[in-house]
Write a protein that binds this ligand. Sequence first.
Ligand code: NAX
Ligand code: K
Length: 488
Amino acid sequence: MRTAYRTETVRAAEAALMAELPEGALMRRAAAGLAAACAGLLPRVYGSRVVVLAGSGDNGGDALYAGARLARRGAGVTALLLGSPGEDGRPKAHRAALAALRAAGGADRPASAVAGDPAAALAGADLVLDGVTGIGGRGGLRPEAAALARAARASGAALVAVDLPSGVDADTGTVDGEAVRADVTVTFGAYKPGLLIDPARAYAGALRLVDIGLTPPAGEVAAEALQHADVAALLPHPAAESDKYRRGVVGVVAGSARYPGAAVLCVSGALRGGAGAVRYAGPAGEAVLARHPETLVHPGGPAEAGRVQSWVIGPGLGDTPGVEAVLASDVPVLVDADGLRLLDPAAVRARPAPTLLTPHAGEAAALLGRPREDVEAGRLSAARELAAAYGATVLLKGSTTVVASPDPKDPVRVNPTGTPWLATAGTGDVLSGLAGSLLAAGLAPRDAASVAAYLHGLAARRASHGAPVAAYDVAEALSGAWRDVTED
Ligand SMILES: NC(=O)C1=CN([C@@H]2O[C@H](COP(=O)(O)OP(=O)(O)OC[C@H]3O[C@@H](n4cnc5c(N)ncnc54)[C@H](O)[C@@H]3O)[C@@H](O)[C@H]2O)[C@@H](O)CC1
Ligand SMILES: [K+]
């Protein structure tokens, strides 16, 4: 499990650790890890050209110390100082770290000296260290830093963000203005939520975590991302005495005369999620049976379809009624797509069993009565807000899928396996079937949602291999994804 902590938690853990260590020890650890990561990115440290973008705070300090280490190994290092001017008129910078860089043979200049031609200042660099701001940064990059960040990107040098890409919000993953687009982010002590959640995640590139001895309290995890072993531990395993009813039956209310394919796709996901049987209730039974003869099909509504351990309702439903009947049941219910329209928060909150909502950004925006762009810019807070309003677990689909449970103490789960190829018609229907099936098999809603998102993303990668993928391909690749996770 990758766990991420908010800035205030990281700072408190840092303070506790610093009290036990000699002055500057933590920063030296961070810089040593950072320099080692940079050395790994360079074909050869000796003779390489490194530019350090250094802000006035400790983030700049880390970058300058790392620059000093690289200079001692023979790199040509120049720091461009971005701090606001101090009393001597020079840009403020971490004093001891700047002295260390100078002592190691590195050069430094105020960034204002190169403002006329930032491209020339970055030309020929092999590696650029972004030490403008870390967890102390507020808002996007200021114009001088933004121009240098753009020039660094265009220079072709490897761009390494120190702790965080400067300009992103560590706690929420929002990006308010311009930010550094890094190839690699070397973060210290613990991940921060912004490194896992889009849009900020997309600015971070590959993540490296440097252990500086920090131990934030386990109870204060703000966001977490499952890995293979976590998923394997959560997946249902049929016991020798299991029969189809003990493994759980998932009921699917999806599709319509107009959209029969949604029913087929939803059932195809449900059949691969570990439930013992899939009941389908609705008007697209013929299409479902043609593709999936193992489905138990009922032409009527969910109320007459028989006992299930979970319901999935919504994909391709159109205006077909049934949401109220399903919400009135005493089993876990997943509501997706058309089922989310006109969903009554009071009815959901009053349910005796858990509810899982799986909106994309547009559907979440409609439920919250806000513009879609707001939801996309603040995915974590949108998911949390919806979960609180409906007393439900919310899986917010998108470039990073986020799962929030109604209890604000539960960390949000962030799915690391997605691929942009998943943004294609019908893949959401497969996902809701899969998650509903995991609910029927007995997983708690947060686990069902995050495990489903994980397998779904993995299946899409398997099916796609870098090429466009159709929803049905994703469903067919789910068993392979399940095996990848359990055989690891
Ligand atoms: N506290 C510690 O023990 C450790 C901290 N470390 C580093 O320290 C960093 C935090 O350092 P600080 O608290 O000094 O804060 P930062 O260095 O992240 O940023 C604070 C400075 O940036 C300026 N600033 C804020 N927003 C800005 C913006 N949008 N554009 C330009 N300048 C802006 C502030 O005025 C302030 O001078 C961490 O991210 C990490 O890199 C590491 O050395 C590990 C140990
Ligand atoms: K940074």
